[in-house]
Ligand binder design. Structure first.
Ligand code: OSB
Ligand code: MG
Length: 371
């Protein structure tokens, strides 16, 4: 299918978040990313979005390393190598170590292009079976607890199905006690983004008091053994996010008992194909998965929705509607939510197109590569 690619555009975009998003590492105010267009000879367009942040706080990749890899290695590889199906791209890219988010952005664009060429929705092509997906929300750290309670209240009214609070050492037990006081039955979970260590085991054990759905990534990404130790000591399931860079990491975690739930982000694992392998393995192992988010704009959201239509995504994902993070998304029909659910559309590929006028407002630069 290589022959069918005519050109690739990389659009450098900077979008301002409606509200700054605070995690244990700091505050995100802007999303800097590359929007990828892979265009075939007939004019079909496959879209992809890079998900790394401006600084390497979540994983080592950044917006700039994503660009470096795309321009200097991944696009040249695609120009040289042969493949018949998007599932083979991960093999082509395996010559290059790491840089999962750069790989995933272009691999997912080629999946979208292929689905459009075949005139099928991407979700169906990947093996998705759901028509409707449940949506959760991730709420950042707030200086004033009243603001957090307001946000929870508002999110409840919108109908979100699962509520995730960011925590960090010193912002955990007490805030959860207050939240549970006002919202005793809320389907609640927490995400530490790796900010604790095994020395904090006592405070983490106490979080069992709050009947949380799960604790996401309490320890740093390489702490497989400590996560397994913690899981033996607590009732609350551990969910791993940053630790899962690949299928092998998923296998290792389940083998060691480091977690009971996996957050799948196809950007973090190097593409949709690797995400499918993890999904299938978790399905076989009876381990629930859910689709994480990276504060994506519309294209990244649409890919996540397609992926989350697969059957083992049994827990609501961090895939909110466009208006949650963006004043104006850059796609023609923004993603909307109805009573905490997103309805899949029966349209080819990811089912959305970029809106050129809105793209221009956030566009810093475009580069074109001819095939
Ligand atoms: O850890 O899941 C995470 C946002 C940025 C980076 C990492 C994470 C998050 C979120 C929000 O929790 C996800 C979203 O709504 O897109
Ligand atoms: Mg997380």
């Amino acid at each position: 299918m290589k022959e069918t690619i005519d050109q690739i555009h990389l659009h450098r975009i900077k979008m301002t978040l409606k509200n700054p998003f605070q995690t244990s590492f700091g505050v995100v105010k802007y999303k800097h990313f590359y929007l990828i267009e892979v265009i075939d000879h007939k004019g079909n367009i496959g879209y992809g979005e890079t998900v790394a942040f401006f600084t390497p706080w979540y994983t080592e990749e950044t917006t700039k390393t994503n660009h470096h890899l795309l321009k200097d290695f991944l696009i040249p590889l695609l120009q040289r190598e042969n493949y018949d199906h998007p599932r083979e791209i991960s093999r082509v890219f395996s010559k290059i170590k790491g840089h999962s988010m750069a790989k995933a952005a272009i691999e997912s664009a080629i999946w979208d292009l292929y689905a459009k060429q075949q005139n099928v929705p991407l979700g169906k092509l990947l093996g998705g079976t759901k028509k409707v997906i449940d949506v959760g929300i991730s709420l950042g750290i707030e200086k004033k607890s009243e603001k957090l309670f307001d946000k929870i209240e508002q999110a409840k009214r919108t109908g979100y199905k699962r509520f995730k609070l960011k925590i960090k050492p010193g912002y955990d037990y007490e805030i959860l006690q207050e939240v549970r006081h006002y919202f005793p039955d809320l389907p609640l979970m927490v995400d530490a983004n790796g900010s604790y260590s095994i020395e904090d085991i006592e405070i983490l054990k106490k979080l069992d008091d709050f009947h949380l759905l799960m604790i996401e990534q309490p320890f740093p990404d390489d702490a497989f053994i400590d996560h397994a130790k913690l899981q033996q000591e607590i009732k609350t399931p551990i969910c791993l996010d940053e630790s899962i860079h690949s299928f092998e990491d998923a296998r290792l975690s389940l083998h060691l008992g480091s977690c009971r739930i996996i957050n799948i982000k196809f950007g973090r694992v190097g593409g949709l194909q690797e995400a499918l392998r993890i999904h299938d393995f978790c399905k076989k192992s009876n381990v629930p998965v859910w689709c994480g988010g990276m504060l994506e704009a519309g294209i990244g959201r649409a890919h996540n929705i397609a992926l989350a239509s697969l059957p083992q995504f049994t827990i609501p994902g961090d895939i909110g509607p466009s208006h949650h993070y963006w004043e104006k998304d850059i796609i023609e029909s923004p993603i909307t939510i109805d009573q905490g659910q997103i309805y899949l559309k029966d349209l080819p590929g990811i089912g959305v197109h970029i809106k050129r006028d809105d793209l221009k407002k956030h566009l810093l630069k475009t580069e074109t590569y001819l095939f």
